[in-house]
Design a protein around this ligand. Structure first.
Ligand SMILES: [Zn+2]
Length: 270
């Protein structure tokens, strides 16, 4: 169970949604895998802040992931993807009585297709990503896997770029988004340039995005296959991030990654 730090927290809901998934051969990821294939759900976390309303951490896949031209086809060839309309984030939220227009902020851990697929469904949200992530998007290299087809036309206009990390409360260098300790964005570069995690200090919960593809991979960087190392933006930084996450877990922080299996829906509820 997460440990509460305060009697009246600012965040009163943390909820998990799986929005489609991809399937990978484990042999591509680790040497001598125990299982042949693994499904990787595209996980999204919904937060509710008593003052700032609904906040998303990423947006998962949507049917738009099937309409990204030849780049999208290549991605799906290497990374078979499954998503139906029913599984999209907007649709699952609607079923839970939350309108897309009521999402006020979207934290983008990074801009890979399984994290921004649903982005166009939330026109009123302010978007947040790191400056390094923004620069990577601007460079527009194919290998960085940022499909601009998935970004709304006003992406840059709505985007707040985190420039400096000045909070020391999150194991990593952090940026205290609302200046109340509720959501501390952290620099977990490695997997992509400027990837961000979110430390929910009030509950000692850490949303770790793709810092690893699953908790079972933590501490096993040495076993990772060559292709799996090569797809990381900076493998050394990736390893360092994984080590820090292990330390967090030793300090009783509950870590939730984006592609974890069997995450329960309500992590924190009113
Ligand atoms: Zn990624």
């Amino acid at each position: 169970m997460p440990v509460k730090n305060m009697i009246q927290p600012n965040i009163d809901m943390v909820r998990y949604y799986a929005c489609g998934y991809c399937v990978n051969h484990m042999g591509f990821i680790v040497k001598n895998p125990k299982e042949k294939k693994r499904a990787f759900p595209a996980g999204v976390y919904l937060l509710h802040h008593v003052k700032y309303g609904y906040i998303l951490f990423d947006t998962g896949y949507s049917e738009r992931n099937y309409k990204c031209g030849w780049k999208g086809m290549l991605y799906r060839l290497l990374n078979p993807t499954h998503i139906t309309k029913k599984e999209t984030l907007a649709e699952q939220l609607r079923k839970d009585g939350i309108a897309a227009k009521d999402i006020r902020y979207i934290i983008l851990s990074h801009l890979h297709p399984d994290h921004i697929g649903g982005l166009k469904d939330f026109p009123n949200a302010k978007l947040v990503c790191s400056m390094d992530c923004f620069k990577q998007y601007k460079r527009g290299r194919l290998f960085d896997l940022i499909f601009t087809d998935l970004l709304p036309d006003d992406f840059e206009k709505r985007l707040y770029r985190v420039r400096k990390y000045d909070s020391k409360y999150a194991f990593f260098d952090g940026y205290d988004l609302f200046r109340d300790g509720s959501v501390i964005l952290t620099d977990i570069s490695g997997h992509s340039a400027g990837q961000m995690g979110a430390y929910l200090w009030e509950y000692r919960i850490f949303l770790g995005a793709d810092a690893a593809w699953g908790l079972e991979f933590l501490g096993r960087a040495e076993e990772m296959s060559k292709p799996a190392r090569l797809v990381q933006y900076d493998f050394r930084a990736y390893q360092k991030t994984m080590e820090t996450i292990r330390k967090m877990m030793d300090a009783r922080v509950s870590v939730y990654l984006s592609h974890e299996k069997n995450v329960k829906k309500d992590l924190i509820h009113e």
